[in-house]
Design a protein around this ligand. Sequence first.
Ligand code: MSP
Length: 539
Amino acid sequence: MAATGTEKQGDESVKAFYVSTPIYYVNDAPHLGHAYTTVAGDVLTRWHRQRGEKVWYLTGTDEHGQKIMRTAEANGVTPQEWCDKLVEEAWKPLWEHLDIGHDDFIRTTEKRHTDRVQEFVQDLYDKGEIYKGGYEGPYCVGCEEYKLPGDLIEDEQGVKLCPIHKKPVEILKEENYFFKLSAYGPKLLEFYEANPDFIQPESARNEVVNFVKQGLQDLSISRSTFDWGIPIPWDDKHVIYVWVDALLNYATAVGYGADQAKFEATFPANVHLVGKDILRFHAVIWPAMLMAQGLPVPGKVAANGWLMVGGEKMSKSNLTGIKPQDLTSHFGVDAYRWYFLRAIAFGSDGSFSWEDFTARYTSELANDYGNLASRVAAMVGKYFDGALPEATAAGDAEQAIQDGLAKAVAESDRKIGEELDFQGGILAVFDFVKQVNGYITEQEPWKVAKDDSPEGRARLATILYTAAESLRAVAVLLNPVMPETSRKLWESLGAEAGLGALADQPLADAARWGQLPVGATVTKGAVLFPRLEEPKKDA
Ligand code: MSP
């Protein structure tokens, strides 16, 4: 049996599979879009844990910069007070509510971060990678980014707008420090060429490659017109540009400059999950910063698409009032975790609708999956007093189920574990659930039950063992996506007594047939996916 992630977790001789989310701006409470990326990272890391790998999952908050400063001012509190309140009252509680199992939560106002950021920037300055210069250009505070004139759109009055926020840009003129980003274009192109999987999906990769091919400008890495940031160590009239500060979280959180053993056992990230709006920062600026410092660059930057509302990127201003909690209180946390990954191909944009969620919940979760679990438990209860019987009369139909399971395990592991195709991986498991439902419909155990000859009993036992053993594997495969549901199913199958904890079941072993011990106590546990109540009219 493969070693479990838990055993390897503290072992610094093993490099962790390190996944990060973007660190989110705390100018407001989290919304569906933030939760989308964070759930995806949680599923990915749970998947790798279930494989028996050592894993590190990092999330956190981006707390400096003009955007946060202005929000705090508008609310009559200091930026630090604003961040403290939102992190404690909104961000951390939501991740707990959604069962996000991050290993660390970094805040960019923490000393463990700010000290190391100063050291990193000082180092680059000492190496001659940073120089003083002037810059004037259109700046979007929403993006915290200077825009190229060609990137802007215009409204009907000819006012220049940020294409993402659709808000007017400000013309900033500053004397700043610059990082020699332009020097890294050729190295970056060489790197993309040698590592074709570095940027995912393909369309995102092409966009970045074309952008870099056009030639990079040097990057302004300081600001002197406001002070909510980390001071430039050699010139405290300037603060460090919020994006340079933020990107460094991926290093400072795992021991950069502080705990070398941990740093080497964790860094660089295997996967940076990002929204497609912040792809260039992660796929261009971040690797260039690391190259300049002689540090290893990440394995992959995976860009997810946007959750859309009314044809626009979902943001706090166009949420139409839907909070993650509004959905979880109606559909449950596990269904919420499942839905967005199931319904939207990762990398593409997608819209949310109550109708679509309701339809999929009812047909795929409640009817296909939930009913299968409750029918099987009920029949083992009714025909065998809740003690799992032995399969002594297996034939072709049972072999087909075993083959179907092997396919589901191999496919879901490749799709979720390797390709970040969450939708494809989930579908592979649900196809197997459908296959088991079909098997029961064909075998008609309720009819076989009427035959109490030894052959009839053996056949009935075989059908029910086959179905229960299939569910054992489904509980393991869906544990990363819907941990609470898998826990309930594990309990209902009486699996723990013979097989141990669900989290310790290696994925590589999931297709090995015959693991549920004969005699296991099967009980009709809680309904996995209760019937939905009528949604509120105003929702
Ligand atoms: N603070 C920066 C990131 C710094 S990382 C070193 C930032 N924060 S953000 O809060 O504005 O948004 C971050 C991420 O939230 C997006 O890139 C994306 O991953 C997620 N999303 C925010 N809105 C989203 C949608 N409407 N749809 C999908 N994801 C979205 O940018």
